[in-house]
Ligand binder design. Structure first.
Ligand SMILES: Nc1ncnc2c1ncn2[C@@H]1O[C@H](COP(=O)(O)OP(=O)(O)OP(=O)(O)O)[C@@H](O)[C@H]1O
Ligand SMILES: [Mg+2]
Length: 254
């Protein structure tokens, strides 16, 4: 029988900014339907890792494979095709302020996917409806709440039918009462079997979703394992210290 191939394989990624090493050999595999969560202290390299995976930041060494094909970042067409298959959700939503919600979702379908406008509109409407924004399609980002903006950004990513979603602290810029609506959308994606790599500090939410948690510090994955193990029974003192601190913070924010 053929070996199971990961959808996304990240192999030995290194990155430094100036003289400062930020990623020191990070490797991970995502199989179809996997949800893996990255936690770790500020400055540990989590965002840089996601940016390298999406080639928004050029890595110094390492390789990314999608379905066993190595992505060659010097080939622009390959990179565009790859970016359609690997969606990215940012902490600060990254919407176009001059476009309403509908057109924020349509733009990639028209300009990148080259769909006819009527088809793009239909798909964008369906995606916005899916994230509960049926009645807000004509609103501009300035007229939307943070939770609504993040849901537009998720609808935009989903419209491209990605194979993998990278989410970088999707709720950390939101007021506490808006976090739940974004979590609900992420849960719905999980229920549909979306493969996800999620950076978050919300360990309660993470542990209900994730198959595995990576604890990242100093540009390395120090420890990985099932949520219960990492959060409550970690092997490394550094992991235990971080998890107990973040656990207390989450309790206090309730
Ligand atoms: N474009 C850049 N130029 C120079 N240094 C950078 C750049 N981007 C990130 N860094 C540095 O790399 C390190 C890792 O940053 P990164 O944003 O990946 O951390 P993080 O784990 O996502 O932190 P946080 O939890 O605060 O989001 C930090 O020391 C940061 O200052
Ligand atoms: Mg970050």
């Amino acid at each position: 029988m053929a070996e199971k191939v990961p959808v996304l394989s990240v192999q030995d990624v290194h990155k430094q900014f100036g003289d400062t090493p930020v990623l020191n050999g990070v490797s991970l595999d995502l199989f179809r339907g996997d949800i893996k969560v990255v936690i770790g202290p500020s400055g540990g390299g989590k965002s840089t890792l996601l940016h390298c995976i999406n080639f928004l930041v050029k890595m110094d060494a390492g390789n990314i494979y999608l379905n066993d094909t190595r992505i060659d970042q010097s080939r622009k067409r390959e990179l565009y095709a790859y970016r359609q298959k690997v969606g990215m959700i940012f902490q600060d939503f990254n919407l176009f302020d001059h476009l309403d919600a509908l057109h924020n979702v349509m733009i990639g379908l028209v300009q990148v996917r080259k769909l006819p406008r009527s088809e793009a509109r239909q798909r964008a409407e369906a995606e916005l409806e899916r994230v509960g924004l049926k009645d807000h399609m004509a609103k501009y980002p300035a007229e939307l709440s943070g939770g609504q903006k993040q849901r537009v950004s998720i609808a935009r990513a989903l419209a491209m039918e990605p194979e993998v979603m990278l989410l970088d602290e999707p709720t950390s810029a939101l007021d506490p009462e808006l976090i739940g609506e974004v979590h609900e959308v992420i849960r719905a994606m999980a229920a549909l079997g979306m493969t996800m790599l999620l950076v978050t500090h919300e360990i309660g939410f993470a542990s209900t979703l994730a198959k595995e948690i990576y604890f990242m510090d100093g540009g390395r994955i120090l420890e990985q394992g099932p949520p219960q193990k990492i959060l409550f029974d970690a092997e490394q003192a550094r992991t235990r210290e971080f998890c107990s601190k973040i656990g207390r913070l989450n309790e206090n924010s309730d």
